[in-house]
Design a protein around this ligand. Structure first.
Ligand SMILES: [Zn+2]
Length: 558
């Protein structure tokens, strides 16, 4: 199906202009999370797919009712949901009015001297992420509709894997791939609510499906999450969202892991976190210290894993903006126009941090944290590299398979791998040295053989697969004749290699660039030497013919 065919007939206005958020009927189903991979409604007794519902954060959302395979919601539940939404909608700092940075709830800025120094790593990470592309000037900015950004279902319940919601708008758009390349044509879809986290707080965006349509990117636009898909979806249509849980849970483990490491590093050593990055393979915390000793890293790793074993709960709370406790929360403060409650992630007894990300409910969900060591950071900073949760298992699996391959190659056990490689390296060095000496000897013998002939030809051509620039120069030095033109090459006979043209100064100056051109390479030279790299060694025959012709013309009797 092409994208134009997929566009619903009634969607032209929404696709072309800026969408209008629809008010849905009171009896319509609203956003409802389906916990776990099965369709068990929230509030159902624990099942195999839902082993521990009690550890989730209380969402305050109504209990959905299952009806004829579809889940519906009654009017009183609906009211509760709307009031819960209204409260939630006020719980984020102001949406951007033209500024993507301000739009991010993890980018609170400190108003004059009221807040402690900037410490929230989320903020720095958000600043480093690409900005949301500017909207066309004719389109009204949704961020202006409300001073407070929305809280999405993924933030109320980070464990929800499926969710029924409704399409609010769908408009044609293009997506620029993260790694560069041609833009992808598709549609920006806004839903009533979402369990797909738009990027923020250093945490990348989620992937998933709307129905069976893959979501390629989720970004935050003011109070909305914008889902990029390649098929048009009809505004008003009920859809089932499915989350790519593996990707999300990985992000939850790394993000909560970062909060824990940050808190303990500050508590143990006073090293404040200035930014962090959740990478594809590993994550990095930038600490405000010029260095960290191996003992400190070891003690930090021991302590964070101890906290994981203690199964400390992680709780998301909403604090009133004037709550004095906010002063004690690790953050960069609130933006000037902030209204409504503030979202705070607590690791009980360890840390309180203003954050928009999706988090685990208990440190035991992190399984394990491995600190891989430090790398040099910016001036007076240290980058601490870590893995959390399943990444540790994956890393061990990779290391183990590498170790098995090395055991087979080196024919000894893992404990002897390093010594075996060291022995191999020194033996290779010795062989290279011997090889070089032999090549030199051969070069000298070749030159002497040439000179020993009673009549020396005016052209000397030699190719040798093994050899280098020095090998060719030794021959040229040894022959050293002003009368003979030498064309020497080393390397693969059909592909790339090196060449040297030596002989009478004028002839070499004249012929050098043409030889280089014929060999598909580049070269330079002076005083009767012209040498360079060749990419088409197969052209050596042509070069030889050219040189032969040159000599014939110079001395027809030759
Ligand atoms: Zn965070």
């Amino acid at each position: 199906m092409t994208t134009s065919e997929a566009q619903a007939p009634g969607d032209a206005a929404a696709a072309g202009g800026f969408p209008v958020r629809r008010q849905h009927a009171p009896t319509s189903s609203a956003g409802r999370a389906l916990q776990g991979s099965g369709a068990a409604p929230a509030g159902s007794p624990p099942s195999a797919a839902d082993p521990d519902p009690g550890r989730r954060e209380p969402t305050g959302l109504p209990v959905p009712v299952t009806r004829g395979g579809h889940r519906a919601i009654n009017v009183s539940c609906r009211r509760r949901l709307l009031s819960a939404r209204a409260a939630a909608a006020a719980s984020y700092p102001a949406a951007g009015t033209g500024s993507a940075r301000r739009a991010s709830p993890c980018r609170p800025r400190p108003p004059a001297a009221r807040r402690p120094p900037a410490t929230c790593p989320c903020s720095a990470a958000v600043a480093a992420r690409p900005r949301v592309p500017p909207r066309p000037p004719s389109a009204p900015c949704p961020g202006r509709r409300s001073a407070a950004a929305m809280v999405f279902q993924c933030q109320r319940d980070s464990w929800a894997r499926q969710f029924a919601t409704r399409v609010v708008s769908c408009r044609a758009a293009e997506l620029r791939p993260e790694g560069g390349g041609e833009p992808v044509r598709g549609f920006q879809v806004v839903l009533e609510d979402t369990i797909l986290f738009p990027e923020g707080g250093g945490q990348p965006d989620d992937r998933g499906l709307i129905g069976d349509v893959p979501v390629l990117r989720v970004t935050r636009r003011g109070p909305e999450a914008v889902h990029f898909v390649q098929e048009a979806l009809e505004p008003g249509a009920e859809v089932l969202l499915s989350l790519d849980w593996d990707r999300r849970f990985d992000h939850m483990q790394q993000h909560s892991g970062q909060h824990l490491i940050t808190a303990i590093a500050e508590h143990m050593f006073g090293f404040k976190t200035t930014s962090w990055e959740l990478g594809r393979q590993r994550s990095v915390i930038e600490l405000d210290t010029p260095s960290m000793t191996a003992e400190q890293i070891e003690a930090l790793e021991r302590s964070v894993n101890e906290k994981i074993r203690e199964r400390v709960p992680v709780v998301v709370r909403e604090l009133a903006a004037d709550d004095p406790e906010i002063e004690r929360v690790r953050s960069r403060g609130l933006p000037d126009d902030h209204a409504g409650p503030v979202r705070v992630v607590d690791i009980e007894g360890i840390d309180s941090n203003m954050c928009c990300g999706t988090h685990v409910s208990n440190l035991s969900d992190l399984q394990v944290i491995k600190l891989l060591g430090t790398e040099k950071g910016k001036k007076n900073k240290t980058n601490l590299v870590f893995l959390a949760g399943n990444r540790v298992l994956k890393s061990i699996e990779q290391s183990h398979s590498t170790e098995k391959a090395l055991t087979s190659l080196l024919k000894n056990g893992p404990g002897e791998h390093i010594e075996a490689v060291k022995r191999l390296q020194s033996s290779v060095k010795l062989l290279q040295k011997n090889n070089l000496n032999l090549l030199r000897d051969i070069a000298v013998l070749i030159a002497r053989d040439f000179k020993s002939k009673p009549v020396q030809s005016q052209l000397f051509v030699l190719h040798r697969k093994e050899g280098d620039s020095e090998f060719m120069n030794i021959i040229a030095n040894e022959i050293g004749s002003e009368e003979t033109l030498l064309f020497l090459t080393v390397g693969d006979e059909k592909e790339a290699g090196l060449f040297l043209l030596a002989g009478p100064v004028e002839a070499v100056e004249n012929l050098g660039p043409r030889v280089a051109e014929l060999l598909g390479g580049k070269g330079a030279g002076k005083r009767g030497r012209f040498q360079g790299k060749a990419t088409k060694m197969s052209q050596r025959g042509e070069v030889q013919a050219l040189l032969q012709e040159f000599i014939s013309r110079r001395s027809p009797e030759a």
